[in-house]
Design a binder for this molecule. Sequence first.
Ligand code: ZN
Length: 72
Amino acid sequence: MSQSPAAPLAPAVPLPTVPLLQLGTWVVFYGLLAMIVIFFVSADQGAISIPAGNAVHEWVHDARHLLGYPCH
Ligand SMILES: [Zn+2]
């Protein structure tokens, strides 16, 4: 009678590798996207806004307070 191992050996699964040089385009894209979001959260006061009006300011109002930007 042979003794079985406590746990069967898991098959070898190759780990995926992420080439860092191919991430450059995505890093730039998401970096620009983040800067646009930070601009609208931090700089849009309603007086000078894109688009005109208080819509963007109201949409990001809670984020302004969360990040500590002066608001009202
Ligand atoms: Zn406020």
